[in-house]
Design a protein around this ligand. Sequence first.
Ligand code: ZN
Length: 139
Amino acid sequence: MRQTHHGSCHCGAVSFEADVDLSAESRRCNCTYCAKTRYWKSFVGVDDIRLLTGADNLADYRAPDSLWPPDHIHHHFCKTCGVQLYSRGFLEQMGGWFHALNIAVLDGLSPQDFARVPITYENGIQDKQMEPPAVTSYL
Ligand SMILES: [Zn+2]
C-alpha cells in the first residue's frame, strides 16, 4: 500500500516527504554508484517526492556517463552530512522522469518495518538491471 513517509538526511538540513509502497519492491545494485553509496532504492514517480526543507543544501551530482540528455540521472545528497537522499532521472525505458528514493533515510520506521521490505538485486555493473549478480550477500 502506498503511504506518505517523512525522510531526512543525518544532520537534518534536508527533509522531504515521499509516497512509496514499501511492501512492493526495493532494489540493491552492484553498479559503481549504488555499491559505493550502499544505495537502497525504490523507484517512485517524479511527483512522489516533495522537498520540505534544505533545497539550498542539496547537492546535484551527475556521473560522467550520465551527463547528456535524454538519459541522465541527478543524484541528490546533503552538502553538510553527505547522506544520499534520492535521485531524479530521465530514462526512456523508465517511461520518462522518475525518482529513485533511498528508503534508508525514511524516518519513523522500525527495524521490523525495514526488514519486511522485499529486495530485488540488480547486476547494474554489467548493465543487466533485470538480473541478479552472481553474488548479492554484500549488497
Ligand atoms: Zn545533512
